[in-house]
Design a protein around this ligand. Structure first.
Ligand code: FMN
Length: 289
């Protein structure tokens, strides 16, 4: 018995040391996680994360808006075209959109603002999860504001190209001849910054869940691109990496709005060039079952 006591104490000591060491390791692992994630997914901007957090919404039900009251259902009004006309319209629409290109050389010539209102109204016709319309379009015309946006983006983009994106991504972009200098942010008469609202607010100030907000806003952006093409304006789809929070604060937008896309809009400059890219033919993108 007398011999057993020191052995028991020694075993206890080993167990305690082992428990402490493991606890240390797990906190170190936890500290390391965000860095590892950032290395694997350097493009994941904090502001781009989709926070449609249904579990959270269910947990704090008192802070979230209950379902709205009934909506009246009305007859659907529909225009049906003869089949021949359907073919012609589909072909013409394809030809129009097939001419769309990302243009990075934009003239400083002014554009009619009524057109901008109309294309944004068109984007706002997009479907959205549970009809939440989780988008905000910020139109910037002021040259000083545009310039400050350019400064923020160029500062972050230089770090993106030098450090965050990595060699493969930079090499993949080589054919497009892009870099961190974005003259179009000054020259384009209009910048449209599209924010997704990760949640909304009801009239009583309670939070409203914005289901599938990123998909909904991305669809609206696609419609906006088509609407711009339809009126003969050009743009380049940009997703300024790691600029979201700074641009949001600079433009005085609330924290539940996250920058999804920035579109410089205008006429192409006379010297504008585009890479001679080819699009995949139908048989490479279509599977009929
Ligand atoms: C989600 C997304 C993000 C993009 N981000 C950028 C960007 O940050 N800068 C840029 O110059 N082009 C950007 N582009 C444009 C693509 O480079 C362009 O669409 C592609 O090269 C095909 O060319 P096209 O648009 O002329 O057909 C982006 C496009 C998409 C769809």
């Amino acid at each position: 018995m007398l011999f057993l006591t020191p052995v028991l104490v020694a075993v206890l000591c080993v167990v305690i040391v082992w428990i402490f060491k493991n606890a240390d390791r797990s906190t170190e692992r936890k500290k390391e996680e965000p860095r590892v994630r950032a290395e694997v997914h350097p493009w994941v901007d904090e502001d781009l994360k989709d926070s449609t957090d249904l579990h959270q919404a269910e947990e704090d039900t008192d802070k979230w808006q209950e379902s709205e009251e009934e909506v009246e259902h009305i007859s659907f009004s529909h225009t049906r075209y003869p089949e021949k006309e359907m073919v012609t319209r589909s072909q013409e629409f394809y030809e129009l959109l097939n001419k769309r290109r990302s243009v990075r050389f934009i003239s400083n010539e002014q554009i009619p603002m009524e057109v901008i209102d109309n294309v944004i109204k068109t984007a706002g016709t997009a479907p959205s999860g549970a009809h939440t319309e989780p988008w905000t379009f910020v139109v910037v015309k002021d040259p000083d504001v545009k310039h400050k946006i350019r400064e923020i983006i160029e500062e972050e983009e230089e770090i993106n190209y030098m450090k965050r994106m990595g060699q493969r991504w930079v090499m993949d972009l080589k054919k497009l001849r892009t870099n961190w200098i974005k003259e179009y942010l000054d020259t384009a008469p209009v910048l449209i910054l599209i924010f997704k609202q990760v949640h909304g607010f009801s009239a009583t100030g309670k939070k409203k869940v914005h289901y599938y907000n990123e998909i909904s806003v991305s669809i609206a952006c696609g419609i906006l691109l088509a609407a711009l093409q339809n009126v003969g304006l050009v743009t380049v789809t940009t997703t300024p990496l790691n600029c979201g929070p700074r641009l949001r604060v600079f433009l005085d937008r609330p924290s539940h709005e996250k920058l999804l896309m920035l579109l410089p809009v205008g006429y192409p400059s006379k010297e504008a060039t585009v890479p001679d890219l080819k699009r995949k033919p139908l048989d490479q993108i279509l599977v009929t079952v």
